[in-house]
Ligand binder design. Sequence first.
Ligand code: BGC
Length: 810
Amino acid sequence: MNAWTLTYDELSPDRAGLREALCTLGNGYFATRGATPEPHTDGSRRPGTYIAGCYNRLTSTVAGQEVENEDMVNAPDWLPLTFRVGDGPWFTTSEAHDDRVELDLRRGVLTRTCRVRDQAGRVTRMTQRRLVSMDDPHVAALEATLVPENWSGRLTVRSALDARVRNEGVRRYSLLRGDHLRPLDTGRDGPDAAGTGRTWLRAETATSRIRIALAARTSVDVQASDRGTLGEPVASAADGWVACDLGVDAAEGRVVQVEKVVALYTSRDTAISDDLTAAREAAARAGTFGEVLRRHTLAWERIWRSCAVDIGGGEGQLALNLHVFHLLQTVSPHTADLDVGVPARGLHGEAYRGHVFWDELFVFPFLDLRYPQTARALLRYRWRRLPQARAAAREAGLRGALFPWQSGSDGREETQVLHLNPRSGRWLPDNSRLQRHSGIAIAYNVWQHYRVTGDVTFLSDFGAELLLEIARMLASLTEFDEEAGRYRIRGVMGPDEYHDGMPDREEPGLDDNAYTNIMTVWVLMRALEVVEALPEWRSRDLREALELTPAELEEFRRITERMRVVFHDGVVSQFDGYAGLEELDWAGYRATYGDIHRLDRILEAEGDTCNRYRASKQADVLMLFFLLPAEEFARILCRLGYTCEPDLISRTIDYYLARTSHGSTLSSVVHAWVLADTDRESSWRFFLEALRSDIEDVQGGTTAEGIHLGAMAGTVDILTRCYTGLSTAEGVLRLDPLLPAELDCFTFRIRYRGHWGIEVSICEGRVAITVPPSDEPPLEVELSGRRVDVPPGHTRVMALHPAHGAPTGV
Ligand code: BGC
């Protein structure tokens, strides 16, 4: 099996959505799904091009209610390309046979080969290659090579741009409006004597008024000298579609080469005079397909040099490569220049409307250790939206900054108020905005970014402000319960979305969710540290500007000592009252329904609710052991005056593991992680499950609506940080490998402090660390507690204990 090529041998319509999502090409600025360039006979072609941060808001009427939704807009389609022979009909997908699609992950090129047979029996062999440039984020290109197999005659190629697209990629949303795009104008020049046609088109998003301009340069060439005469150009000006027809005299066995090079700009872009001029000029100067391809391939080569994780082929390597590929197509080095967040489903589909959730928690570790400037830009996206988050906090009667559960353009709460259960057909209230822990993820990322980069300037510039304002919100969320003598947080939701309230209580929300309470303590502890970590003058200025008084800081400290945590049956309770819930008949539900990933929908359709049961969608309490090393967790419990018995963690893991349906792909990532120390076999099973999430579409059809970015990034993180025990602190790179039996060799690279491209290779009981040549001081490495210095330009090899990685010698 080739671990760098994702292959589909036939284009079966029932898997079209999945294939289109997984064959998406992108560069962090925009991405285009793997839809075919030619039309479908039944008009069912669903192209999708999404530009990072390009949102639009519309109001729809659903179930008698007006609901407002902000969506990542499906941008004009740059792909359309078809052809015809003589005066025959334009080729559509139904005439294509022997289709084969190959996604080359190393070079970011999607190749499709097929044979087209028209009604008169004329057969044309076709190869299409396409790319979305990783070199120039505004450029994409499509090449088609046509070879008449049994005919000669006039061949006309039609290359179009189309702004008549709608957001209609998610069936569940079909009652919501999808008319986010308004065509503005179109135009064309040529074709000229060289056989090149130029077309352009402009559209505007309906309410956010973002102008999007596309310009295409299409050329047709015939192998050997005889180009033939060019046909009449066709253009349509008013209806959001513009095409250019280029005709040639084709001959049996002779290659006809078509190239379409496209540029895309929006009015949000920098360094332009206007979007249309920018697009037209960029399309004109991009060069040939071959030139665009060469630069694009070099850019991917550079990326893979820093980001490839080599597990020696075998099971999982293809999925792993696919994950790194799609992660970098969503957030790339180009993202560092943009004001965008991490869309949970990539730029790959319309699920969750392109919104930004807490999933960045799973993505940041990858970026911090490879593209810290991209990670920082993503944090700036949050920081720029502080005014909105402050207003949300005020409105909720809180202090500081309340970041939304779902974020889009301006950072207001974008979570819908109703959601559809497709199983029952009922629209239900959506309380997921009560997941106040979204701010915890941001604060955690701020702190980790600071720890990895060691950059106080980052804290001083904006990191500290972000963290302190979130800490303040969390502190104000607590209330002191005199009777219990403890702080409590009431009326929230944890990460487990199956529980949005108590079965016997009307108002939504839960009390004392362990994840929220304990992580609040953690954030407040970091807030106190941040105030100390800043230079004295900056700390003073910031406290003054935020009006953060010593009394407030003292309250932070008190909360970190008296927060309430609930326990039952010798484990940490997910929330207060959890112990009173019923046990679910897991075996019975599995036997009846088979796939119970979405137990919530099953129960609701039966007129029941998950709120009555000890049944979780995903890791909730266990998130604590995902984010906090065991010692840190124990220290927090001690600080709070609870005892952390030695087997509390493992008991708690087993307990919730038996009561989780894994209805989110994030769940297997977290379980693989928390089981890594104690049950390597199960950990590996969960890791493989996370690897399969998208490539096998394990959630039953959701990948077609967009990839699961958190799970993709999470798998890379499990290998490179969890199984290696990799951590960073005070400039030291620590490793404490504990590999699953199935993983005997793997290699990856990271960037740490001044050292770019540090190679870590763990193979057959040895760890080799290679530091590339530079003027930096030696890298300090600690392997299972033992220190070594690795000077730039050197490799150090250390042996691991066969059982779990304690070094036995150097
Ligand atoms: C999960 C959330 C996640 C969201 C977006 C939901 O299904 O429960 O934790 O943030 O998907 O990926």
